[in-house]
Write a protein that binds this ligand. Structure first.
Ligand code: NAD
Length: 410
């Protein structure tokens, strides 16, 4: 089943189980509006998308992704997840998502910047500070977001810092936004371990995806004493049973262009000592917590039986298919859903958006404690209300849809 169809089916099942009105069930299965457009740069054509799924809770909100696998269906599916995420944790935003189908590895910075500018030109008629506020997702950094704000402001004819979140600090961003999604995942990890009385030192963690989210999650987890033994990028990863030095590894991966060039088996190659592993191997390591923080659909029916972790903390969007989740749940593996664990980013975005609109300054400490204030009760609520026989994901969907029903009835 395709990613979109799977999300639609899950939404329909969750909504029907709580007897949501037919209108809402139908409404939540498809975006309110979907825009597809050409981006033409240097005689090359790329396809861009913006999906505005639902705005019952507030203005549409969701990241923009530059990736070779971006498709209309993927963007629609991710926009549905954004609506559910905001409704679950109580951030006053609706759900949206955007993307450009582009293999970023093939292009230099200036080309990607031109693509980003044109993305804004094409999406301009439907986005804006009070309507739809895009943010970073895969392969989008604060610099690209600042460029998008610059383009938006030029077209709007006035500075519009609230048009995007995830900007560079000097362009109206906030300290803590870059780390926010990883930090939120870390907050959920600590709550989860507290709930089963495990100290961080007893908990072994593997992270798939060592980009913005995976790295910052690993950084905070390691700092608190969790033992992170494996991390990977798209080309593969590294396993160090004694624990990875997260900061040193990221610095090296940035310098060399890949984590793989930072380690070799016996350390004799001039690099650190560490075992190189394939992504598939990382997923099946015997760890306490497995953290998929890269892309969707990495744990499927094909490999679910091989997962040895006790908990899967979904930091990427939809990294575990529903079929795989059934297998994992039957095996006693607890899967903590993406719409809870990766919501730190949108929570911080909310603070940044308010700063852009009203000039409300916020410190990094306040951003982090704000994320905790949203996430701790959301985790406790989800744990408490987890319906008999339901997976955590379906329970999360039901809670989110209940909140949307309340908005619908207001
Ligand atoms: P990123 O581009 O910074 O990093 C992605 C990482 O995943 C890179 O290390 C890349 O090498 C790796 N990767 C890509 N394909 C892979 C594969 N097939 N197998 C293993 N690794 C692979 O992106 P990010 O911002 O860290 O986002 C990661 C995930 O988190 C995405 O699913 C994204 O939608 C989700 N997410 C991000 C945010 C945010 O604030 N950035 C918020 C919510 C959710």
């Amino acid at each position: 089943m395709s990613f979109l169809k799977e999300i639609q089916k899950n939404v329909e099942n969750a909504a029907n189980e709580i007897s949501a009105p037919d209108f809402l069930v139908k409404d939540l299965k498809n975006p309110d509006r979907f825009l597809e457009f050409k981006i033409k740069v240097d005689n090359e054509i790329f396809t861009g998308y913006r999906s505005q799924h639902n705005n019952l809770s507030g203005p549409y909100k969701g990241g923009v992704r530059f990736h070779k696998n971006v498709s209309a269906d993927e963007v629609k599916a991710l926009s549905i997840l954004m609506t559910l995420k905001c409704a679950l944790v109580g951030v006053p935003f609706g759900g949206a998502k955007g993307g450009v189908k582009i293999d970023t590895k093939k292009y230099d910075k200036s080309k990607l910047q031109s693509v980003a500018r044109q993305y804004v030109q094409k999406a301009f008629p439907i986005i804006g500070p009070e309507v739809d506020i895009p943010a970073p997702d895969i392969n989008i950094d604060p610099e690209l977001i600042s460029i998008m704000v610059d383009e938006y402001s030029k077209i709007a004819g006035k500075p519009s810092p609230a048009s995007f979140t995830g900007k560079k600090l000097r362009d109206g961003g906030i300290d803590g936004r870059v780390e926010a999604t990883g930090y939120g995942g870390f907050v959920i990890l600590t709550e989860l371990m507290k709930s089963i009385n495990k100290d961080p030192e007893e908990v072994v963690v593997a992270i798939q995806g060592f980009g913005n989210v995976g790295y910052h999650f690993g950084y905070f987890a390691k700092r608190r004493g969790f033992k992170v033994v494996a991390a990977s990028e798209s080309a593969g990863g590294v396993l160090i049973k004694e624990g990875i030095d997260i900061v040193k590894t990221k610095k090296c991966a940035n310098e060399k262009g890949t984590i793989l060039d930072c380690f070799c088996a016996n350390g004799s190659c001039g690099h650190e000592k560490g075992e190189r592993i394939k992504n598939e191997e990382l997923l099946t390591l015997d760890v306490d917590v497995l953290v998929p923080a890269a892309v969707e659909d990495v744990i499927t029916k094909k490999n679910a039986n091989k997962i040895k972790a006790d908990h899967v903390l979904c930091l990427a969007n939809n990294p575990v298919t529903s079929g795989a989740e059934d297998i994992l749940t039957a095996k006693g593996v607890e899967v903590i859903p993406d719409i809870l664990t990766n919501s730190g980013g949108v929570i911080a975005s909310y603070f940044e958006w308010k700063k852009g609109l009203k000039g409300e300054e916020i410190s990094k400490e306040e951003v982090f404690s704000g994320i905790e204030k949203f996430l701790r009760p959301a985790f406790a609520n989800l744990r408490e209300k987890r319906r008999c026989g339901s997976s955590m994901r379906m329970s999360a969907y039901k809670l989110a849809i209940e909140n949307l029903m309340k908005k619908h009835n207001e």
